[in-house]
Design a protein around this ligand. Structure first.
Ligand SMILES: Cc1cc2nc3c(=O)[nH]c(=O)nc-3n(C[C@H](O)[C@H](O)[C@H](O)COP(=O)(O)OP(=O)(O)OC[C@H]3O[C@@H](n4cnc5c(N)ncnc54)[C@H](O)[C@@H]3O)c2cc1C
Length: 337
């Protein structure tokens, strides 16, 4: 079910300053901006040309044509319905730790569940815990440790939030996000909420099919057996130390390529002598060959050119076609490589 943009606009109070924008700017984005802002309550601001680089860990790329941080499920649904009615593409944004934002930005409405109302951590009497999609994994680990809930330690050091970790089925230290998920609540692109048990979802290596085109609102997680906070803390420290020793400190988007079956992308790249390879300020990290780091002023085009170069060298030298793990935001790698 979709509401027309006109209906949406009629259902909510107008936002006066935006009327002037409509008159001054004939671009369709000005029209979309006014209509979407009219569709939500005042606490949810829809912004135009919002710079995205600083909202990502790699720190490259341009602006979102439209950007919003909805404060409630009602506003999120209004944004999704309004955008759909206008043919505006929607992109969810987590902590931006698995993204390359193109230099030209993103043609659509970027929605981030950054408001605190999405960051719930609610242990239940039966031992399970409800977490909001906007909760940072770092905070999930910290709160679980305090509550004596073991089983989430492997998430320590992944700089995303719960929504991004669900969409990517993030994994580390032998664990995957969906190992601890019991059910996911999501909102479809038409604004309807559904709760899916894990058994009904299609998840794989860095992939969750049901979250292509839908927005995760939160998840019910099942911890491992209860443990003392100190024991959980010690395990977290072990993982933190391991990351510290093996990963670069400069801005990055984590591992650039997926590991091919039975092989390590980092080792293949290293064996091709590519550590330290540079295009502008984008560099294959000398610390970990599967990380591309931003040495200061890298652009997305430089990162993309370096991805091309690394793939070509590994293909020629080793006959392996590497697939990017990092997402090219709003675009497809196939069209760029
Ligand atoms: C230093 C470093 C270390 C890393 N280590 C690891 C690691 O060990 N293991 C690992 O798996 N990854 C790792 N990553 C990559 C990244 O942190 C994970 O993929 C993480 O899960 C991405 O979460 P995010 O919130 O940043 O998502 P984003 O990067 O913002 O988005 C990723 C995808 O999720 C979608 N998305 C975001 N929120 C939602 C939502 N609410 N609903 C639906 N879709 C949504 C986005 O549209 C996009 O498609 C690392 C990255 C860095 C920079």
């Amino acid at each position: 079910m979709t509401m027309s943009a006109a209906n949406v606009a009629l259902s909510f109070p107008g936002f006066a300053p935006l009327a002037a924008e409509r008159a001054a700017d004939a671009s369709p984005w000005a029209e979309h901006h006014v209509a979407l802002q009219d569709a939500v309550h005042d606490g949810t601001r829809v912004r135009r040309e919002e710079p995205l680089a600083a909202k990502t860990t790699l720190r490259v790329g341009g602006a979102a044509r439209l950007y919003a941080e909805p404060v409630s499920a009602g506003d999120l649904a209004a944004l999704l319905r309004g955008a759909r009615a206008r043919g505006v593409a929607i992109f969810a944004l987590g902590r931006g730790s698995n993204l390359v934002v193109p230099d030209e930005g993103v043609e659509g409405l970027v929605i981030a569940l950054a408001h605190e109302s999405w960051a719930a951590f609610e242990p239940r009497a039966d031992g399970r815990v409800w977490v909001g999609a906007g909760l940072r994994l770092k905070n999930l680990c910290g709160l679980a440790t305090k509550a004596g809930l073991a089983g989430f330690e492997f998430l320590e050091g992944i700089p995303g939030n719960v929504g991004g970790a669900l969409r990517m089925n993030a994994g580390a230290m032998g664990g995957w996000m969906f190992d601890v998920v019991e059910e996911v609540r999501l909102m479809s692109s038409s604004g309807e909420i559904a709760t899916l048990p894990k058994a009904a979802m299609h998840v794989d290596y860095r992939h969750c099919a049901e979250l292509h085109g839908a927005i995760a609102l939160g998840a019910l997680l099942r911890p491992a057996a209860p443990a003392a906070g100190e024991a959980i803390g010690r395990q977290i420290d072990v993982y933190r130390k391991k990351r510290h020793e093996t990963q670069p400190r400069e801005p990055s988007a984590g591992c650039i390529f997926k590991n091919p079956p039975g092989a390590s992308a980092g080792r293949l790249i290293d064996e091709c002598g590519l550590k330290g390879e540079r295009v502008g300020d984008a560099e294959v990290s000398p610390v970990h060959a599967n990380f591309i780091v931003n040495r200061g002023r890298a652009t997305a085009s430089e990162v993309i050119e370096l991805v091309r170069r690394v793939r070509a060298r590994v293909r020629t030298a080793r006959g392996v076609e590497l697939t990017p793990e990092v997402l090219l935001y709003g675009k497809k790698w196939e069209d760029m490589l």
